[in-house]
Write a protein that binds this ligand. Structure first.
Ligand code: INI
Length: 168
């Protein structure tokens, strides 16, 4: 688990029949591939078999919300994890990509009723990004997978408590 104290993550096993999707962006691939490794390992450690995990790649962070929307709308997944790395390059482009990606990912979750986890690093430089991709600040890809599992468990609870009729 991440060593950051401000990450209130809990370790729970995924429901036996749960399926998850990961969409990851290729831009800054050296960083994002580490997030992907962390996320995959976490799913595996928490009982998610390879055939219950669908992994798809997009060019950059900007494309994550669209792919996440397609995955979430399919209703085949308990949660969708988005992984990316937006690194400040000294131009306003950074701010547009960050804001568009974050708002888009959040909107997909609310529009579809499927948890969509924001595992996108937004950092000033590459060092900060690597620190969060298996470095001194843990692996945010792993944390994102853990969040997806927890949200899947929460959705099962909502259904069994009669709060939602999802999956019935
Ligand atoms: N995409 C990223 O994932 N990270 C970045 O740091 C980044 N920067 O810096 O530009 C980036 N840009 C590409 C963007 O996500 C889209 O792929 C592109 O604009 C095409 O829509």
């Amino acid at each position: 688990m991440s060593e950051d104290r401000n990450q209130p993550l809990v370790e729970v096993d995924a429901p036996a029949d749960a399926c998850f999707a990961i969409v990851w962006s290729r831009f800054n691939q050296a960083v994002v591939s580490k997030l992907l490794e962390g996320a995959k390992a976490c799913f595996s450690e928490h009982g998610v078999a390879d055939d219950s995990l669908y992994v798809v790649e997009v060019p950059g962070a900007w494309e994550l919300p669209y792919a996440a929307q397609q995955l979430a709308q399919s209703k085949r997944f308990d949660a969708v994890v988005t992984l990316g790395a937006v690194i400040r390059g000294g131009t306003p482009h950074f701010d547009y990509v960050c804001e568009g990606t974050a708002l888009g990912v959040g909107r997909v979750a609310l529009d579809t009723g499927v948890p969509v986890v924001f595992g996108v690093l937004t950092t000033d430089d590459e060092t900060q990004a690597f620190d969060r991709a298996g470095g001194v600040h843990g692996n945010k890809g792993r944390d994102a997978a853990l969040t997806a599992i927890e949200m899947a468990v929460l959705d099962r609870r909502f259904a069994s408590d009669g709060i939602t009729t999802k999956g019935s």
